[in-house]
Every structure is written in structure tokens, then in C-alpha cells.
Design a protein around this ligand. Structure first.
Ligand code: UDP
Ligand code: MG
Length: 320
């Protein structure tokens, strides 16, 4: 039977939540298997991201007790995105679909049913989208929502209010595997893969134990990472600014000349004003142009797939 589902869960110092998380997920998978929606070969895979506590020991114990649990142990802490990617790429060849989620179960696991239903109806990617942020603090809500808005404004297209809670089919994972870049921002790359996709809404709860592993500083660098790894739009903004200032300098030239001929200026002011603006504008403009090429080099070095073929209709008999 097909429909093998693997849950992939990155864990960093999660000893406090793992016992509870594992028993809730066991129940969830059990009910899906009973309903015949997923195969008995389905698994829960925890990725230990170089934890300093007993996380890996707990994963080993779980695996001993029940083979539905598996684990991947990374050699050291590589951060959430890399841990997740490691999990997805390691299990890719065993699955029909994968759902990635956090160890703290802040993302409602009841959305899994709906994700699987959407997969069964032919979707390759199903994004979990937060319906409400009732339990988040005003600060977290504001920073998180600004994050998505700024990201999109800077050319890094992501699904609004979607974190890394998502289902991906085997072929979507194969598509993802073709992205060879080191700075991989999953939320931005997955929409690039294509294939039929849909969303599922859920409410985000509170972390039931332990502390957040994403303090504000980490979130900020995550945003910068996301923008710079996906888009070269910031470079284009320099070019635009340079162009704008250059236009201003022409205005200044006219203005200064008018003032000069009216005799209303001190000697030297005109040349000084004009050169300051013109040189400034030209420098920014040149920086932007150089930047455009660097941006191109940057994108080229990522060696992204140029296309992924979804279907090929071709009757080869006719060609004989
Ligand atoms: N995580 C990880 N490596 C890290 C930091 C976090 O694998 O270096 C995992 C963590 O164990 C959790 C998920 O990433 O499963 C999300 O972290 P957290 O819940 O702390 O983030 P928040 O929900 O506060 O944004
Ligand atoms: Mg969390």
C-alpha cells in the first residue's frame, strides 16, 4: 500500500516536550492508519540538532520502545532550517509524503488530517497557515506579521503566516533536492518548486513546555537571511536611489545656475553644490550597476534548477 507518511520534527534541547509530543503524535498517526488514509509504514522522525540535553537519549528510547519512532542525529547544532532540510532529504526516498512540524506542537496537529486529505485529492504541497494568533503576545504578533510583509516587499515571496508546518509529496521533495544552494530558506524555496498546492488553516497554540529557541535576535537574522538568500532586490534599491539622486542633482544644477546668474550666491557655492549632488548620485548609481552584476553572479552560483517538468505528453510511436 502507498501513502507512507513521515513526520519530520527538528529538535533542539527539547527533552521537556518530547515525551508528550511523541505520545500525541503516536495517537494521531494511529488514528490515521486506522482510517486507512496512510500506510502502516508511516513514521515519526525526530531530527536531533546537536542538543545539549537528553534529547537524543529520549529519541533512542522511543525508537527502542516503538519502531514507529525514528531519529536522525546531526553532528552538531546547525539551526532549525538545516535540521529540517537534513530530515527531509534523509527520509525522501522512503515516503510518499512528509509533514514537517515543530517539536513543541504549537502547530495544531489536527491539521494533519486535512493536509493528508488534500494530498490524497492530488495536492503536492499543503501549507499550514495560522488562522489566528490569539495566544501570541502583541509584540510577537507584530514582529512576525511585519516579517512576512517586509519579506514580500523585498522580493522574497513567501506564504503569509505560514511557518514550516507543511506537507510535501515525494515529487515535491525531489524538486527541492535539486536546489543546491547553501543558504536555503525553505519558506521561500518551496513555493518556487511549483506543482499543485493548497493551504490549511489552523490556530497556533502556546508552547506547552520549555522555552522558545527563537529569541528576537535569531528571528531578525532569520529575516535578513531569508531576504538575501532569495532576492537581489536590495541591490536594485541602491540603483534606484542613485538614479533618484542623480535626477535631484540635475535639479540642483538648474537651481544653482539660476541663483548664480541672479548673483545671489557666494563664489564657489554653485560648483560645490552641483558636484556634491552629481558625484553622490553617480557613485550610488555605479555601485548599483556593479551590484546588479554581483547579484547575477550570486544567483548563478546557486545553480538552481531552471525548470521542473510535471508532465510530458508524447506519443513516440508516431515518430517511427
Ligand atoms: N530548533 C532546532 N534547532 C535550533 C533551534 C530550534 O532544531 O537551533 C527547533 C526546535 O526544537 C523546534 C523548532 O525548531 O522544534 C522551532 O523552535 P521554537 O519552537 O523554539 O520556535 P518558536 O515557535 O518560538 O518560533
Ligand atoms: Mg515553538
Amino acid at each position: 500500500m502507498g501513502n507512507v507518511l513521515y513526520l519530520v520534527i527538528p529538535c533542539y534541547n527539547e527533552e521537556e516536550v518530547l515525551p508528550e509530543t511523541s505520545s500525541r503524535l503516536l495517537e494521531k498517526l494511529g488514528s490515521l492508519i486506522k482510517l486507512g488514509k496512510i500506510s502502516e509504514k508511516s513514521r515519526v522522525i525526530f531530527v536531533n540538532d546537536g542538543s545539549k540535553d537528553r534529547t537524543w537519549e529520549i529519541i533512542e528510547e522511543l525508537h527502542q520502545k516503538n519502531r514507529i519512532f525514528g531519529g536522525i542525529n546531526l553532528s552538531r547544532n546547525r539551526g532549525h532550517q538545516n535540521a529540517l532540510l537534513a530530515g527531509l532529504m534523509t527520509v525522501k526516498d522512503y515516503v510518499d509524503m512528509v509533514i514537517s512540524m515543530d517539536a513543541d506542537l504549537q502547530d495544531d496537529i489536527n491539521a494533519i488530517d486535512e493536509m493528508v486529505d488534500k494530498y490524497l485529492s492530488g495536492m503536492d504541497v499543503v501549507y499550514g497557515v495560522r488562522g489566528s494568533r490569539a495566544t501570541d503576545t502583541v509584540f510577537k504578533k507584530f514582529t512576525a506579521e511585519s516579517f512576512y510583509k517586509i519579506m514580500n516587499a523585498m522580493g522574497a515571496n513567501t506564504v503569509f503566516n505560514h511557518a514550516d508546518y507543511r506537507l510535501m509529496s515525494r515529487r515535491a521533495l525531489d524538486g527541492l533536492a535539486q536546489y543546491g544552494e547553501v543558504n536555503l530558506f525553505l519558506r521561500g524555496i518551496v513555493p518556487m518548486i511549483g506543482y499543485p498546492a493548497d493551504v490549511v488553516y489552523y490556530n497556533r497554540g502556546e508552547r506547552f513546555a520549555g522555552k522558545s529557541k527563537y529569541p528576537f535576535g535569531k528571528m531578525l537574522s532569520f529575516a535578513v537571511e531569508g531576504i538575501t538568500s532569495l532576492s537581489t532586490k536590495p541591490i536594485r534599491m541602491i540603483t534606484a536611489l542613485g538614479f533618484f539622486i542623480f535626477i535631484v542633482s540635475i535639479g540642483m544644477l538648474i537651481y544653482s545656475l539660476v541663483r548664480h546668474f541672479m548673483g545671489a550666491t557666494i563664489v564657489g557655492w554653485t560648483t560645490l553644490m552641483v558636484s556634491v549632488w552629481a558625484i553622490g548620485g553617480l557613485i550610488l548609481l555605479s555601485l548599483g550597476v556593479v551590484g546588479e552584476y554581483i547579484g547575477k553572479i550570486y544567483l548563478e552560483t546557486k545553480a538552481r534548477p531552471r525548470f521542473i517538468v510535471e508532465q510530458f505528453l508524447n506519443d513516440t510511436d508516431e515518430m517511427e
